[in-house]
Design a protein around this ligand. Structure first.
Ligand SMILES: Cc1cc2nc3c(=O)[nH]c(=O)nc-3n(C[C@H](O)[C@H](O)[C@H](O)COP(=O)(O)OP(=O)(O)OC[C@H]3O[C@@H](n4cnc5c(N)ncnc54)[C@H](O)[C@@H]3O)c2cc1C
Length: 413
């Protein structure tokens, strides 16, 4: 029996998951991980603020795929092979318990990403996976049914199967070595960023969080709801990050110059809020507007809204003139801001774009362009919003590729 070799390019979450599971499912396979840097699993280490948000406590495929601005259709099929429940069980079988936080994010109970790294490293040793570091793959070609990979240093290796798990790259040129095999590329653009609004008066409220707001991008259908955080350079928080992910391509095309419309009380529109104002003016007519904020806004934010609407701080609810009231209602339900640029959200940065999904078989992760070539993780044109969705993509696609390679190897015997 001749030994067959699998080379996994990339020592991140997807590469490790593919390598470990392929070696485990078929011990006759010789598996090697090739990593360009001197570090393994470096993103796992820093992920989730050092706690590693491994996956999301969502157990419906239909709900889960709504969290992926790109790749939802592809993952809908892939999740039937390996889903969140499988991730939880996989780690549990290795003694790693995950816990779910109130927003659905799942972390190791130890609150340390090192637990995940130790678990993956332990299986690498257990199943005899070889790891080569400081080797950057720069070329991949097929010669006589064998894959020949070349390192930047000039040396190279041969393999029967290759899995590319090289992660996302911020620039198109970095994908060239993959395009040379014949694969198409959805050009990379940033996702998960915050909005810059230089010089805007709202920036003076930095640190204030509004629990539930709606943000829309003018002239588009893009809209998101959730908590919003005011920073010293503009707006951040889950609502903004979601919007940046869903709008990644459209906003890049606008060179990150656009207008947003914020509804600070999304349960209301201008008409229903007008009715509410009438009620408030009746109920607390004698109270000072600035002291009595009936909407639960942080006090500093309420004072800012009054100022922006030209409302005299000392007036009482009963004396609020119609013009100022209308301005205040408009500012609460549809305040407009100009956005000028973005800031990368360092906590959970991902690149949208990557290898075109039509060229990949969802049930095996094999390339439709070249046989015995597989892809896993963020190198694919898949990206999720924050919350553990990007790692779930890495586990799912890494596992599917591993299983397909292990089974192919068995059939080859
Ligand atoms: C700061 C930060 C925090 C994050 N937190 C979370 C989180 O909590 N939850 C979540 O779901 N997602 C999180 N993400 C996103 C998540 O980390 C990625 O989606 C995930 O790591 C992708 O895994 P991957 O294995 O596909 O790629 P990567 O983890 O990027 O691994 C790819 C590896 O391939 C190597 N490589 C690249 N090119 C070559 C080459 N030519 N030759 C050899 N090696 C190569 C790279 O050096 C790298 O080690 C975070 C991202 C960042 C940056």
């Amino acid at each position: 029996m001749t030994e067959k070799k699998l080379l996994v390019i990339g020592g991140g979450a997807a590469g490790f998951f593919c390598a470990i599971n392929a070696a485990r499912l078929n011990p006759a396979l010789k598996v090697t991980i090739i990593e360009k840097s001197g570090k393994l699993l470096s993103k796992v280490k820093v992920s989730g603020g050092g706690r590693c948000n491994v996956t999301h406590g969502c157990f419906s495929i239909a709900d889960m795929v709504k969290k992926y601005p790109r790749g939802a259709g592809f993952l809908k099929k892939a999740f039937h092979h390996f889903f969140t429940t499988d991730t939880i069980d996989w780690f549990k079988e290795r003694g790693v318990e995950l816990k779910t936080e109130s927003d659905g994010r799942m972390f190791p109970v130890t609150n340390s990403s090192q637990t995940i790294i130790d678990c993956l490293m332990s299986d690498v040793n257990k199943y005899g996976v070889e790891v080569l570091m400081n080797r950057e793959v720069c070329e991949l070609k097929k010669e006589d049914e064998q894959w020949v990979i070349t390192f930047k240093s000039g040396a190279g290796l041969q393999a029967d199967y290759v899995c590319i798990a090289s992660g996302g790259y911020p620039k198109s040129i970095q994908f060239e070595w993959l395009q040379k095999i014949g694969h198409g590329l959805a050009a990379p653009v940033p996702s998960l960023f915050t909005f810059n609004m230089p010089g805007n008066a709202i920036n003076s409220l930095m640190g204030i969080t509004l629990e539930q707001v709606q943000v829309k991008i003018s002239g588009t259908k893009l809209s998101a709801e959730g908590p919003l955080l005011v920073t010293h350079w503009g707006l951040s928080g889950p609502a903004i990050l979601k919007l940046s992910a869903w709008g990644a391509r459209e906003l890049a095309a606008k060179n990150w110059q656009f207008s947003i419309i914020v509804n600070w009380l999304p349960a209301f529109n201008e008409q229903t809020l007008k009715d509410k104002f009438q009620q408030v003016r009746f109920d607390i007519a004698a109270q000072k507007i600035s002291n009595r904020n009936p909407f639960g806004f942080p006090q500093r934010f309420w004072e800012y809204l009054l100022q922006q609407s030209g409302v005299n701080e000392n007036s009482r609810w009963a004396d609020l003139p119609a013009k100022e009231q209308n301005k205040l209602i408009k500012n609460i339900c549809s305040q407009e801001f100009s956005v000028n640029g973005k800031t990368t959200f360092k906590e959970e940065f991902v690149t949208s774009g990557g290898i075109e999904l039509e060229e990949i078989e969802h049930s095996t992760m094999q390339s439709r362009i070249a046989s015995n070539l597989f892809f896993a993780g963020e190198v694919l044109n898949v990206d999720g919003i924050t919350g553990g969705f990007n790692f779930q993509n890495a586990w799912t696609t890494g596992w599917i590729a591993a299983k397909a390679i292990a089974e192919r190897r068995a059939n080859d015997l």
